[in-house]
Design a protein around this ligand. Structure first.
Ligand code: CDP
Ligand code: CDP
Length: 213
């Protein structure tokens, strides 16, 4: 069975949490596409000693390995920032497209979360969700995660970083962050994780049932 769930939205909205939970519920494979850009970002920073070279970033994107995606430093604020910079380079996006596309159409179902899954990578996805939450709530949630990992950034610093990244992701020319017209909006500002997952699960279940009719 081929069945793709596309989950997009701004930083720290709850995309990954929902994607992991629904993948487990339906036995689908899950790809956190942000990890691809994070891995390219940190490698590009290392290679160039702090300044990202677009050509080098494109080459790195074309030769990413499983090990690159397992690095322990992909969740830092530095990695987030580098990810959103390399994500604006068209050659980087092109180099990562095929892998994501093949992942989405594998047998047994797939959930991908990112920014351009419903709009560019899988425009024909069976279910599209656009997950969002207000800025302050997203910053609080990401701050809690970063603090647990030892970061000393304040909530205000995390908020500024999220806003800068959302702006860069929304304004870039190639595959900007946008809600596909047929994506269902899920605002998690006032939703617990369990409620958000329940809403997404109900939507996917309804679509699977529809396909059986
Ligand atoms: O993948 P994305 O960056 O959109 O967000 P996430 O990593 O899934 O969620 C960011 C943080 O918000 C995590 O610590 C989640 O546990 C938390 N969260 C929450 O508190 N309530 C929700 N309804 C969704 C996520
Ligand atoms: O978890 P969070 O939402 O903070 O970030 P992420 O999903 O890991 O993505 C990190 C960065 O990668 C984003 O800010 C985007 O610039 C980029 N990205 C993208 O351009 N397209 C995707 N499909 C996924 C991520």
């Amino acid at each position: 069975m081929k069945f793709t769930v596309a989950i997009d939205g701004p930083a720290a909205a709850g995309k990954g949490t929902i994607a992991r939970a629904v993948a487990a519920e339906f036995g689908f494979a899950h790809l956190d596409t942000g990890l691809l850009y994070r891995a390219v970002g940190v490698k590009a920073l290392e290679r160039a000693g702090g300044v990202i070279d677009p050509i080098a970033a494109e080459l790195i994107a074309g030769s990413l390995t499983e090990a690159d995606l397992k690095r322990a430093d992909l969740r830092t604020t530095l990695a987030s920032r580098a990810a959103s910079k390399v994500a604006a380079i068209p050659g980087v996006r092109a180099a990562l497209l095929r892998f994501q596309h093949d992942f989405a159409r594998r047998d047994g179902g797939a959930v991908l979360d990112g920014r351009d899954i419903g709009s560019v990578i899988c425009p024909d996805a069976e279910v599209k969700l656009f997950v969002t939450a207000d800025d302050a709530r997203r910053a609080q949630r990401r701050h809690r995660e970063l603090a647990a990992a030892g970061s000393e950034l304040t909530v205000a610093q995390v908020l500024a970083d999220l806003k800068a990244r959302d702006a860069r992701d929304s304004r870039r020319k190639d595959a900007p962050l946008t809600r596909a017209p047929d994506a269902v909006l899920l605002d998690t500002t006032e939703l617990s994780i369990d409620c958000a997952v329940a809403e997404a699960t109900a939507l996917i279940r309804a679509r699977i049932e529809q396909g059986r009719d």
